[in-house]
Write a protein that binds this ligand. Structure first.
Ligand SMILES: O=C(NCc1ccccc1)Nc1ccc2c(c1)[B-](O)(O)OC2
Ligand SMILES: [Zn+2]
Length: 264
């Protein structure tokens, strides 16, 4: 039943079976991938035209439980991305995350030299040459997503303000307004000059090959308690409602792609 199949990570064989319904899952520019730092290529053009990341205090309107993550949605006002690998201006749409299980080291979607982080944040932007997100979402240059790894360390009070809302979105479809100023720029690592970039896809069905990925080299520190709080979100599983975790797709083959680095 659709209820049973509600959870794309836990129904059937999970991500390894997605190709049955979404053949593009075995495509040439799928995500996530392992970032083998011996095979990345420094591209001086990326440093010559620095990535311009603009966020504002007034751009986050609400937070929703999507059934596979939390999602902070934005009307994009004053939040734009350009430069670096991008040939156009992209507007901020939403951020969400992927994470692992208690006491496990997995959780991120991208890995670095085969190593996972406990969680990975995605800040999603759409190409303003298209009319809106839905028009952009399946175009080869439609989306640009900034990925930020989370690592265990000191508490991140800013992210904590978003996590304080989790208890208000207990089930899929639950949504509340964000009535305080939250600048997603708080979620960028101290050094956001150093990143890797490559052409890839959504990491969840429909897996559209529409994403220019910008993966920050430096992780963001959050506390171990904050990693645990991610798992207090709830989702449907074949065995009923339970804690949300392991909502990540493991890396897929890089195929005929080179990951470029903005740093030497
Ligand atoms: O927006 C998504 N779905 C809703 C949808 C709307 C309209 C048409 C089709 C789909 N998905 C999605 C968007 C961006 C990212 C991911 C998934 B991600 O790979 O998790 O990180 C980056
Ligand atoms: Zn994501």
């Amino acid at each position: 039943s659709s209820k049973k199949r509600g959870n794309i990570y836990l129904s059937g064989a999970g991500p390894s079976a997605w190709h049955e319904e979404y053949p593009v899952a075995k495509g040439k520019r799928q995500s996530p991938v392992d970032i083998n730092t011996n095979k990345t290529k420094f591209d001086p053009k990326l440093a010559a035209d620095p990535l311009t990341i603009r966020f504002s205090d007034s751009c986050c309107q609400s937070i929703v439980n999507t059934g596979i993550s939390f999602q902070v949605t934005s009307n994009g006002a004053g939040c734009e991305l350009s430069g670096g690998p991008l040939d156009s201006t992209y507007q901020f749409a939403q951020f969400h995350a992927h994470w692992g299980a208690y006491l496990k080291t997995t959780g991120s979607e991208h890995t670095v030299d085969g190593v996972s982080y406990p969680a990975e944040l995605h800040l999603v932007h759409w190409n303003t040459k298209y009319d809106d997100f839905k028009d952009a979402v399946d175009k080869p240059d439609g989306l640009a997503v900034i990925a930020v790894f989370f690592k265990r360390g000191k508490e991140h009070p800013g992210f904590g303000k978003i996590q304080d809302l989790f208890s208000k979105i207990p089930a899929k479809g639950a949504k509340v307004n964000i009535d305080f100023e939250f600048n997603p720029g708080l979620l960028m690592p101290p050094d956001s000059e150093n990143y890797w970039t490559y052409l890839g896809s959504l990491t969840t069905p429909p897996l559209y090959e529409s994403v220019t990925w910008i993966v920050m080299k430096e992780p963001l520190e959050v506390s171990v308690e904050q990693i645990a709080i991610l798992r207090t979100l709830l989702w449907e599983t074949p065995n009923g409602v339970s804690q949300m975790y392991n909502n990540f797709r493991p890396p897929v083959p890089l195929r005929d792609r080179v990951i470029r680095a903005s740093f030497g």
